[in-house]
Design a protein around this ligand. Structure first.
Ligand SMILES: Cc1cc2nc3c(=O)[nH]c(=O)nc-3n(C[C@H](O)[C@H](O)[C@H](O)COP(=O)(O)O)c2cc1C
Length: 331
């Protein structure tokens, strides 16, 4: 099944293109790491060219089997996962997955992780110059691995060490994906900026757990997991707001985006682009729908382009109560 061509908005519609730290996106909607694999399954559902870009599954130096099952649990308000960065390893990704993805001509951002600073740098170096890779997203925020991951992202100095090492290993645009599991995200964001990040992705999952009452034990094999989906949107939005006001880098907003309206909220808060995660697991067509709904909203409200709304909720352009908005919004 294929969705309509382009953005769903005819010629003369708003300009959806975004320059994200030197990566040119046809529209600001990316798909979030780990929720889209390397695109193979999803390419059967819709034309991947409809996306602004694809952020791959977290990729490490060696192949990883991931955590013991069960690894996914639904809660009343969000999804818990403890996948544990299952992936085939960077060499297989370069040899098999990137060649598949690059046929679509959509920017591919490879999400990378490691257990040591050196491992992050080695993975980054391997991806340097690989045709079809437009950027790297450094995952210092995975709550589901024992070594590496969130351990780096909760400490500004450790975040800086990882970012510095990766920066030295690559000339690709560098997005740094932060964890919400901190007291002050601004502090970590500043450390990432000073260490050479070109953009930030906010946020990864919130650490949580569920208990199986019948079995009287934790539901997930790894005991704890990462909470995602609508439950975390207010937290993610607050963090985008805080960081956009403190750091001079483009931000990819992520966390509970299910609709075009959700995406617009992140743009208004200061994000330059967004990433759709769990919504894809609910409906494989969620990301292209977010593109369509967001484009329709911009057109209805009379905006010439995405850049006009980025950060608008922060400034004097924000409507006051009583001001008549230009039109309706997406559902
Ligand atoms: C099943 C699953 C796997 C994920 N794997 C990764 C990963 O490998 N690397 C990463 O940086 N984030 C990973 N994430 C986090 C998402 O990219 C995203 O930051 C998070 O789910 C919040 O967005 P959402 O609420 O829209 O899902 C994963 C999330 C889910 C649900």
């Amino acid at each position: 099944m294929h969705e309509g061509q382009g953005t769903g908005v005819g010629g003369g519609g708003p300009d959806l293109s975004v320059n994200l730290a030197g990566i040119r996106l046809a529209n600001p909607v990316l798909v979030a790491s780990g929720t889209f694999g390397y695109g193979r399954e999803m390419a059967r559902w819709f034309d991947l060219r409809l996306l602004g870009g694809i952020i791959t599954k977290g990729t490490t130096l060696a192949a990883r089997p991931g955590n013991p099952p069960p690894r996914i649990a639904e809660t009343p308000a969000g999804l818990l996962n403890s996948i544990g960065l299952e992936n085939p390893g960077v060499d297989a990704v370069i040899g098999e997955e990137i060649p598949f993805l690059r046929q679509f001509g959509v920017p591919v951002i490879v999400n990378i992780a490691g257990e040591t600073v050196e491992e992050y740098a080695t993975v980054a170096a391997k991806l340097e110059g690989v045709e079809g890779v437009s950027g790297l997203e450094v995952n210092v925020s995975c709550p589901n691995v024992r070594a590496g991951g969130m351990v780096f992202g909760t400490d500004p100095a450790a975040t800086a060490a990882v970012v510095k090492a990766v920066r030295a290993a690559t000339s690709l645009p560098l997005l740094v994906k932060l964890t919400p599991n901190v007291t002050d995200i601004v502090e970590v964001a500043r450390a990432a900026q000073e260490a050479g990040a070109d953009a930030l992705t906010l946020v990864n999952t919130l650490k949580g757990m569920a208990i199986d009452v019948q079995l009287r034990r934790p539901l997930l094999g790894a005991v704890t997991g990462g909470l995602s989906g609508p439950a975390i949107k207010p937290v993610a939005l607050r963090m985008v707001w805080e960081v956009a006001g403190a750091v001079n880098l483009p931000i990819v907003g992520c966390g509970g985006i299910m609709s075009g309206r959700d995406a617009v909220e992140f743009l208004l808060a200061g994000a330059s682009a967004v990433a759709v995660g769990s919504a894809t697991l609910v409906n494989p067509l969620a990301a292209p729908r977010v593109v369509r709904e967001m484009a329709a909203w911009l057109a209805e409200e009379g905006f010439a382009g995405v850049s006009e709304v980025v950060g608008m909720a922060r400034g004097p352009g924000a409507l006051r109560p009583g001001d008549a908005p230009g039109g309706g919004g997406p559902a």
